[in-house]
Design a protein around this ligand. Structure first.
Ligand code: GLN
Length: 407
């Protein structure tokens, strides 16, 4: 900043080198942000960043408005407004069978992303190892880096993205502090099976390792029932379960998330949360409590609607000529783009936005080693049916021809 003659400050004309601490210097602007900007610039249909293009339910918007009118506008209790902590505990009991103490084992955060950051900062010491499965959601690596943790990575490979238990076993050591799982899994839609979870659990118990489990897509489980690893024998005491409101209630901008963990782990999470955000937005927490008490019919309808969307996109992508990998949950589908002859995922996504008018996410953003993701691209189907159909039409029009010329 420089002072101008009239006393106002403004940017100096000479560009300054960007500054960033080492712990974040290897990260770029997130791929979701970059692709959404590019999609807007080219008028592409955005099947990249995972946010619904339809609104959340009226009853929740009303509940939030009511909470604001009722004066629920000052700082909330740091660990969450009591009624939301209770609603989260009740929901978790219905979903996983586990009975948790809403006061001592539930921490409300500003989205699941903050719950993850608070957990890494509150429970991981510098130099401790955390194992991720690649592809992984970008925020995991960034929050581990902010905690000065060491990331170890185990690849999940197409077509089934199943857990290579032997490889996992060989990398767990006395330096391993935690294994980070995500089920249903972003970006692949894979759901961890009971056998996989049992194998992970037995490794964790044997080596005294924690599990961090991101379950934000748990209500978008299409092919099998969602299982919380915390519910496996011996696991609750060593598991932090993350969840949030955004995906289930189509309100990704509300940024209400939470971490469920036994009191001895909740302590570190809450300490970090206290100094990251202190508390999350008060009126939205009141509305969130109402959300979690939605009747079963809400969840049934959500799943039915999403299944119809999934079919449109999945069938469409197959008809266009992609190799489509099976997706059991989430609102994502991963495909192999190589039939269209572009050199890698980024080149393909740029072509897709600029020449076809559809945005997707290049999968290398989810890998430590870009070689592993260069053939893959992620599409989301959290859009209304017409939008999905239009995107498929655009792809059919341009890509079918391209496939013919590529061979
Ligand atoms: N979770 C969203 C996705 O995977 C992205 C959210 C974000 O942009 N940070 O698409």
């Amino acid at each position: 900043m420089v002072s101008t003659q009239d006393g106002l400050s403004g940017s100096s004309s000479a560009p300054q080198p960007l500054q960033i601490a080492r712990r974040l210097e290897s990260f770029k602007t997130t791929i979701f942000t970059r692709m959404s900007i590019l999609a807007a610039e080219y008028g592409a249909i955005n099947l990249g960043q995972g946010f619904p293009n339809f609104d959340g339910p009226e009853f929740l918007k009303e509940a939030a408005i009511q909470a604001i009118r009722d004066g629920k506008n000052q700082y909330a209790r740091g660990c969450g407004v009591p009624d939301l902590n209770l609603a989260i505990a009740e929901r978790f009991k219905k979903d996983s069978g586990l009975v948790v103490d809403p006061e001592k084992e539930v921490t409300v955060t500003t989205g699941c992303t903050e719950a993850i950051a608070a957990t890494m900062l509150g429970l991981i010491n510098p130099g401790e190892e955390v194992i991720l499965f690649s592809p992984f959601y970008d925020a995991y690596q960034a929050s581990l880096s902010m905690a000065d943790a060491v990331v170890k990575c185990i690849p999940l490979r197409p077509p089934n993205f199943s857990v290579p238990i032997d490889e996992l076993q060989s990398i767990v050591s006395k330096n391993t502090r935690a294994i980070f799982i995500n089920t249903p899994h972003n970006p692949t839609g894979k759901m961890f099976t009971l056998d996989e979870l049992k194998a992970i659990a037995s490794l964790c118990i044997k080596h005294d390792v924690l599990v961090f489990s991101d379950e934000v897509y748990h209500k978008l489980a299409f092919e099998m029932d969602h299982i919380s690893i915390a519910s496996l024998p011996g696991m609750y005491d060593r598991t932090v379960t993350f969840n949030s409101l955004g995906k289930t209630f189509s309100l990704t901008g509300w940024k209400i998330g939470w971490a469920i963990a036994p009191p001895h782990l909740t302590w570190g999470i809450r300490q970090a949360h206290s100094f990251l955000t202190f508390s999350s937005t008060t009126p939205m927490q009141h509305a969130a409590a109402a959300a979690l008490r939605a009747p079963d019919s809400f969840y049934e309808e959500l799943k039915r609607d999403y299944l119809a969307k999934k079919v449109i996109l999945e069938e469409g992508l197959k008809a266009v000529g992609f190799t489509v990998y099976p997706s059991s949950g989430t609102f994502f589908i991963v495909v192999d783009h190589t039939p269209f002859g572009l050199e890698n995922d980024v080149a393909f996504c740029e072509y897709l936005i600029k020449d076809v008018g559809v945005a997707a996410i290049p999968a290398t953003a989810f890998y430590l080693n870009p070689e592993h993701g260069k053939n893959l691209v992620r599409f989301t189907f959290c859009k209304d049916e017409d939008t999905l159909r239009n995107a498929v039409e655009r792809m059919k029009e341009k890509l079918l021809k391209k496939k013919k010329t590529a061979h």
